[in-house]
Design a protein around this ligand. Structure first.
Ligand code: SAM
Length: 239
């Protein structure tokens, strides 16, 4: 499997992704604002509007990291479980929740490929900017399908490939030249941000990823591109 520009074994990839997020955890939220010019907030707002959480629903926010999606989802009164493979990211998330006075979130360390939850536990499954870091993506999608109830919905927010002419090239130049520099400047970690950018470039395009969601068992799959597909919301239903 690929890790940035190099090929590694699946176990090595999981370990290296772990190192990346342990290394960036403390600076993660600052870096998101710096790299996206604050736009990630708008993408996340739109994502949660699409999920339409309702009071009393059980929602699993997978790869929930420092809680950005969970904090938005919980405003609906839904019961949110934040799961992430990385304890350092979850720790920052719990500190943020305490500072904001948010209570009632469940935080749990979990690998998206091998979830501890029983079949049909959740009404909704969300994953934002997480799936491309997962080593075995089809396995994680099958697990998402397994833990959802019938009628449950899957929502994924992820970088994809923009189809706007010219925009892709500008974005490529920006991300490959500037983002690692920003990583060095703000988080003293150029390599982690090199990996993060390269993992975006290697992620399957919108039709391919939509097909993978269907192969995991989801129906009525749908893609909503933003900025021509630079970022996309993929969704599907379990019936
Ligand atoms: N969802 C948050 C957000 O939108 O701000 C965090 C996104 S962050 C870019 C990616 C997260 O995916 C990290 O917290 C990382 O630890 C997590 N992750 C990577 N591989 C994972 C896996 N196999 N299972 C669960 N989480 C994983």
């Amino acid at each position: 499997v690929s890790f940035g520009y190099t090929d590694v074994t699946p176990t090595e990839k999981t370990e290296k992704v772990g190192q990346v997020f342990r290394s960036v955890a403390a600076r993660y939220d600052l870096m998101n604002d710096a790299m996206s010019g604050g736009m990630h907030r708008l993408w996340k707002d739109r994502f949660v509007r699409r999920v339409k959480p309702r009071r009393g629903e059980a929602i699993l926010d997978m790869a929930g990291g420092t809680g950005d999606i969970a904090f938005r989802l919980m405003k609906s009164g839904a019961d949110i479980t934040v799961a992430d493979i990385n304890g350092a990211m979850l720790e920052v998330g719990q500190e943020r929740a305490a500072k904001k006075g948010y209570e009632g979130l469940a935080w749990i360390e979990q690998n998206a490929e091998t979830l501890c939850f029983a079949d049909r536990s959740f009404d909704g499954y969300t994953i934002a900017f997480g799936i491309r870091n997962v080593t075995d993506i089809p396995k994680a999608l099958r697990e998402a399908h397994r833990v959802l109830k019938r009628g449950g919905r899957f929502y994924c927010l992820e970088f994809s490939t923009t189809l706007w002419p010219g925009f892709g090239e500008i974005y490529d130049a920006y991300s490959h030249r500037l983002v690692p520099k920003l990583g060095k400047l703000l988080a003293n970690d150029e390599d982690s941000y090199r990996y993060l950018i390269e993992s975006i470039r290697r992620f399957p395009d919108m039709p391919t990823f939509e097909r993978m969601i269907g192969e995991a068992g989801f129906v009525r799959t749908h893609v909503e591109p933003m900025l021509g597909g630079l970022v996309a919301i993929h969704s599907g239903w379990k019936i």
